[in-house]
Design a protein around this ligand. Structure first.
Ligand code: GRG
Length: 300
């Protein structure tokens, strides 16, 4: 607990609003394409932590914006994240049977449906970003900047590129340099862009946006390091997925390269770095500090 700040309630309040928006704007199950809508709904409403949308809302709030105005943008980010999880679980990628404590999308439906559900969620993310209900609440120039940032973060030089490297390095020799590159692209870019886009939408000054982007980068690195750790020391029930899956696939991870104890130190180091950059925000930074500790101590 940072200065008695209740981060669980903070996340819950915002995550519930994201849920409401997803429920309101998500396509209804009807028509000949109803199967792919069911599959997309199955994955997005399977109980994720909603960290990325919450980061977006916090980025907006911390620079003085109204976070409730950018809920559709935050919900769009969750669509993109869920698309990546569905595709990541496919047999041709990480071949995971469980996600968010339930059979992964291709297990509950089938591979073709899961591919289409991921594709549909990616498009839906951009539909939300450009939705008239959002466009009327935020400046179009800021919106364009935020969409550009997110597009780069999930694309060939971001998440997709990182996923490619992650798959190519399976079973191969590599060191910390390669692990860091994979993490930075596969996971960190979207987390960093989530908070940065929120700060842009909220009208942050360029100095503030830069600080929050650096915070997001360090937080994202710590997030992925903790994810690597949970694969070897986590509890399957809390995680909602199988442990030791990285080891089985001979993935390049922090524990595989430097061992568990050093990995724990790295996670703490990056959390510390994320908190240090927040100094200019003084008391305003409290939710972000609390979020950083929440990420460090998370069990799922
Ligand atoms: C398929 C293009 C493509 C990319 C996949 C995000 C990703 C790249 C793969 C996911 C594999 C994975 C477990 C990565 C580790 C970090 C991560 C993204 C974990 C899942 O995010 P959480 O913990 O999940 O925020 P919830 O379910 O809470 O939303």
């Amino acid at each position: 607990m940072v200065n008695n700040f209740d981060i669980i309630s903070y996340i819950k309040t915002r995550a519930e609003k994201v849920e409401e928006v997803l429920n309101k704007y998500f396509p209804q199950i009807k028509g000949l394409g109803e199967r792919v809508i069911s599959a997309s709904r199955y994955s997005i409403f399977a109980g994720g932590k909603r960290i990325r949308p919450v980061l977006c809302l916090t980025g907006c709030e911390i620079v003085g914006g109204n976070w409730e105005d950018v809920l559709l943008f935050a919900a769009g980010i969750e669509c993109l994240h869920t698309y990546s999880l569905i595709h990541d679980d496919l047999p041709c990628m990480d071949d995971d049977d469980l996600r968010r404590g339930k059979p992964s999308c291709h297990k509950a439906f089938d591979e073709a449906t899961a591919i289409l559900a991921g594709d549909g969620l990616q498009a839906l993310g951009f539909e939300f970003f450009t939705h008239p209900d959002l466009v009327k609440k935020v400046s179009k120039a800021r919106l364009l900047k935020a969409i550009y940032l997110i597009s780069k973060a999930i694309g060939l030089k971001g998440m997709v590129g990182g996923q490619m490297a992650d798959l190519l390095m399976e079973g191969k020799k590599g060191g910390l340099k390669e692990v860091k590159w994979i993490h930075l692209h596969k996971t960190v870019r979207l987390i960093q862009a989530s908070i940065t886009s929120g700060a842009i939408l909220g009208g942050g000054k360029s100095k503030e946006i830069k600080i929050l982007s650096t915070y997001g980068k360090y937080l994202g690195i710590a997030f992925q390091i903790v994810d690597d750790l949970l694969d070897v020391i986590g509890d399957e029930k809390k995680l909602g997925k199988k442990t030791f899956s990285d080891i089985k696939k001979q993935k390049l991870t922090y524990p595989a390269v430097i061992g568990i104890e050093k990995t724990k130190k790295y996670a703490k180091k990056y959390i510390q770095k994320s908190i240090e950059v927040l100094k200019p925000f003084k008391d305003r930074a409290l939710p972000l500090k609390a979020l950083a500790y929440y990420i460090l101590h998370r069990a799922n």
